[in-house]
Design a protein around this ligand. Structure first.
Ligand code: ATP
Ligand code: MG
Length: 151
């Protein structure tokens, strides 16, 4: 089915509006009007929803979240999902997508969660022909770069 990711992302931000306000988080959806891919709506939703929930849960208060499509070629859209929060220690970056992997057991236990979110994200991206990786931004905060097949 054709899925409008711009509308989907806007819906997610509306769904978490209260949490954003509680944590004084600013979220910007810079996806262009009508950005659409063909795929599975609930899997695509799980990508953007898990990344949003994680930024709210772990990045900190007063941060900002930015979603953009920074490139497009014949086959793919290229997305950046970033926050200005605390990021993760570099040794964790490559392991974030493993099932049940959590960075700070103590802190994370308090915050709940099972460590499955990013494994689900990665699977959903792969099922849509894409790839994903995470990096810390020089200015601070975690950034996820991923691609999704247009068709
Ligand atoms: P679940 O998603 O199943 O509820 P979870 O959020 O702990 O549990 P993941 O979504 O896979 O699991 O995330 C793995 C870990 O990555 C988190 O426990 C957290 O430590 C870290 N993490 C994820 N996103 C961020 C972020 N935006 N900033 C800082 N740390 C993050
Ligand atoms: Mg999560």
């Amino acid at each position: 089915e054709q899925v409008n990711l711009t509308v989907m992302m806007q819906n997610i931000l509306n769904e978490v509006a209260l949490e954003l306000e509680e944590k004084q988080i600013t979220a910007s959806n810079f996806l262009p009007h009508g950005l659409t891919v063909s795929g599975n709506a609930s899997l695509l939703y799980s990508i953007f929803r898990n990344l949003t929930d994680n930024a709210i849960a772990y990045a900190g208060t007063g941060i900002s979240i930015t979603v953009r499509c920074f490139r497009e070629d014949e086959r793919f859209y290229y997305f950046s999902f970033s926050d200005t929060g605390i990021g993760v220690a570099p040794e964790h970056l490559s392991r974030l997508f493993e099932r049940f992997y959590r960075v700070d057991k103590g802190r994370s236990r308090k915050l709940g969660g099972t460590g499955l979110g990013l494994a689900i994200v990665k699977n959903a991206v792969i099922l849509h022909g894409g790839t994903i990786f995470a990096k810390n931004n020089p200015g601070g905060g975690l950034e996820f770069i991923f691609t999704l097949c247009k068709e």
